[in-house]
Design a binder for this molecule. Structure first.
Ligand code: IVH
Length: 701
């Protein structure tokens, strides 16, 4: 039926339609946020809202305030950053900072470079680490053309229309601007403005009639960072505009004009019209940097915005470029965090959670308490020894702390405040989820459920991991659905996901044609997957996304990796030697990989998966034309022109794999002074050896 013209509606008709629209939207909201199973498309939702607003604007006395939730994942277009948005390594004390500078110093070997990075001579910029939402703004010929969130560092979300509403983000750069530049910085909200926003949201909620004051309508942000992130990720830019957002600029990504130094870049940022944090300072030497950290720490509580540490950046861009990055963090910058904030509360109960590898983890349920701006209701207790050591009991008064994004921990128990009835905690010896024995091997701290995939907790946790963003990245499948599908035997293993049909879902509560289509499309889009994501998705212990990438890069194809892992079960084998020769993979990770392949049900799950998905061979990223792309190189002896670290970083940047020992797979052995047995081994195996100069000539200087 075609909707009636709003101009012709009587007040009574309008009131009736508004009620209907609100009910439909509340239902859609609940499906989205609570059930995690959207019932209507974003466009349909937007049409409802638009109609509601048009009617409300004609009859303002019928209007109601509606709190808004941040948009769900998938609501924004994806943007590939011109250069990845990196994160920072953390330091928690002076020793960590000293170690960082030592590693910078050790990177260089030429006396003139070493002199520039000596403890007392190194030029740095030290500035507050803002607790907000990082954003990348692209300017072309000085005009803002795109704004994106960080996302996974490589691909973010397009939030251009929302970011354009932030007054501190210049639409046009003042003065001379590069042809193209990505400006990075933090969108944040001040503490007073955050508190005011929460008050407004609460007042709007309380103004609703009592029957409408449902949980899904109540929106309060837990801290200024969430408030900033939630406000940027709105489907309606007018809501973003109404939020008090600000922006500090502090870095650049891809650009046609590299600055010479961090400090010089800040001067340019200011001239272009950005806010640069006033506490940013240039410091020469570590002691000056640490002194500035202490100064900022002292001011922390009185600053109007949240900060969680101080960032040190090596000032010279030449040194920054040479140091490069490892994984996702630059070698030239460090976040020196402040000590964690603490609070006291009551521990109400201890519950056991079962993870995807079967580990039984005790969790403390707390009387909710505010710790440095965040409401905390749970804390980890790590394992049974920890509970015993601290003698934590239900009913205890405890001190908890939050260190950055780390899950809160229990620091201490106050025995004087213990109720008489509190009994020592007894750790279960069976899995609370499936009843199988939970065993703790000698010498280990973790007790594990022996139920394997018959344990619903383990199986569902694995499924959950399987669909996460860095793994198969399947949107529209929340925890609740996974648990229900598992329970109803619809999806027991990852491969079952790929056998889901529309008819399996049609009769299920909360699933509508649109949401079914969306889910099936999201699954179909993942029938082809890169090898590194595939390895990560398997959820093998100690194999995070960085390790998965290393393995994918080393073995290239699923078949090669799998054969190698099965062969590596013999520690005398060449496959085993090859596995642990991969830089950053040692015997402990190797053991977990081998253990995974030793399990029958894991091999079956892999066979099963291989039937439904296609795993792409690993492609070495953008190093085509590099003379050493895909080659395996080993360094031995001491190099004269650069340190081992710098040599390794360069080789990797050019697409080579750097191994720790010589094998038949080695393409080049680079021999420095005083080389030991590796040179002899290379000769024996017929591996090509190069001097340092020959090596430099090969890679172009
Ligand atoms: S520099 C290559 N400076 O911290 C380093 N980051 O853990 C680029 N952050 O994702 C970042 N304040 O969102 C830098 N003054 C500051 C910062 C800052 C906050 C955030 C940023 C980044 C995260 C890294």
């Amino acid at each position: 039926m075609k909707a009636a013209d709003v101009a012709k509606l009587t007040k009574a008709q309008a009131s009736k339609e508004l009620e209907k629209l609100r009910a439909e939207m509340a239902r859609a909201d609940e499906a989205y946020h609570v059930k995690d199973a959207p019932e209507i498309s974003d466009a349909e939702y937007d049409a409802l809202r638009k109609r509601l607003e048009t009617i409300e604007s004609r009859f303002p006395d019928l209007a109601e305030m509606r709190p808004v939730a941040p948009a769900p994942a998938g609501a924004f277009a994806k943007v590939t950053h011109g250069k990845p948005m990196l994160s920072l390594d953390n330091a928690f004390d002076k020793d960590d900072v000293e170690r960082f500078f030592q590693s910078v110093r050790n990177f260089f070997v030429r006396p003139e470079d070493v002199a520039r990075v000596e403890r007392d001579a190194i030029a740095l910029v030290a500035e507050p680490k803002i607790d907000g939402l990082s954003c990348s703004l692209t300017y072309e010929n000085g005009v803002l053309v795109k704004a994106a969130t960080r996302g996974d560092g490589t691909i973010g979300e397009d939030v251009t229309i929302n970011v354009r509403t932030i007054a501190e983000v210049p639409q046009k750069l003042k003065g001379k601007a590069p042809d193209r530049i990505e400006i990075r910085g933090e969108v944040y909200m001040t503490k007073p403005e955050f508190l005011k926003l929460n008050e407004t949201l609460e007042a709007e909620f309380l103004a609703l009639p009592p029957e409408k004051q449902t949980k899904s309508r109540r929106r309060q942000f837990a801290n200024p960072r969430n408030a900033a992130a939630g406000s940027v990720r709105q489907l309606d830019p007018e809501i973003t505009r109404s939020r008090p957002l600000r922006f500090f600029a502090y870095a650049w990504g891809a650009t046609t004009e590299e600055p010479k130094s961090q400090w010089e870049f800040y001067a340019r940022l200011k001239a272009w019209g950005f806010q640069v944090n006033k506490l940013a300072e240039r410091a020469t030497g570590i002691d000056a940097a640490l002194a500035h950290h202490a100064e900022i720490a002292e001011q922390r509580a009185s600053l109007p915005y949240d900060i969680d540490g101080v960032v040190y950046k090596i000032d010279s861009v030449d040194l920054q470029d040479r140091l490069g990055f490892v994984g996702r963090t630059p070698r030239w910058a460090l976040a020196h965090k402040f000590p964690a904030e603490q609070a006291q509360t009551i521990l109400e109960s201890i519950e056991i959670q079962v993870g995807r590898t079967g580990a039984l983890t005790p969790v403390a349920y707390l009387k909710p308490v505010n710790v440095g701006g965040v409401l905390v209701a749970r804390a980890t207790l790590h394992n049974e020894d920890e509970i015993q050591r601290k003698d934590v009991r239900a009913g205890d008064t405890v001190v908890i702390q939050r260190a950055g994004d780390v899950i809160p921990q229990i620091v201490s128990v106050d025995p004087d405040k213990r109720p008489k009835s509190a009994k020592p905690y007894k750790f279960p010896e069976t899995c609370p989820e499936c009843g199988s024995a939970a065993v703790r091997p000698e010498g280990e701290v973790v007790r594990r459920c022996t139920g394997g995939l018959i344990c619903p907790a383990q199986a569902t946790e694995r499924l959950r991991h399987f669909v996460t963003r860095s793994a198969f990245d399947i949107e529209g499948l929340g925890e609740k659905s996974i648990v229900e599908f598992f329970h109803d035997k619809l999806v027991r293993t990852p491969a079952d996901l790929f056998r889901l049909k529309a008819s399996d879902l049609e009769e299920r509560e909360g699933w509508k044609e649109k949401s079914i289509q969306n889910l099936l499309a999201a699954i179909a889009a993942r029938r082809t997957i890169s090898l590194d994501r595939f390895i990560y998705a398997l959820g093998i212990r100690q194999v995070g996304d960085a390790t998965a990438k290393l393995l994918a890069k080393h073995y290239g194809t699923l078949a090669a990796w799998r054969d190698a892992m099965e062969a590596a079960s013999d520690p005398e084998s060449e496959a085993y030697a090859d596995l642990i020769s991969i830089d950053q993979i040692g015997p402990s990770v190797a053991e977990d990989l081998i253990a995974f392949f030793a399990e029958d049900h894991n091999r079956k799950a892999l066979d099963d998966l291989a039937k439904v998905v296609e795993v792409e061979a690993f492609v070495v990223p953008s190093t085509s034309g590099s003379p050493i792309a895909d080659k395996t190189v080993v360094f031995t002896g001491s190099l004269e022109k650069m340190t081992r670290n710098e040599a390794k970083a360069r080789a990797e940047a050019l697409g080579a794999k750097v191994a720790g020992s010589v094998s038949k797979k080695t393409d080049y052995l680079i021999v420095g002074a005083d080389a030991g047995s590796k040179a002899a081994k290379a000769q024996e195996l017929g591996v090509k050896t190069l001097t340092e100069d020959e090596w430099l000539a090969l890679i172009g200087g």
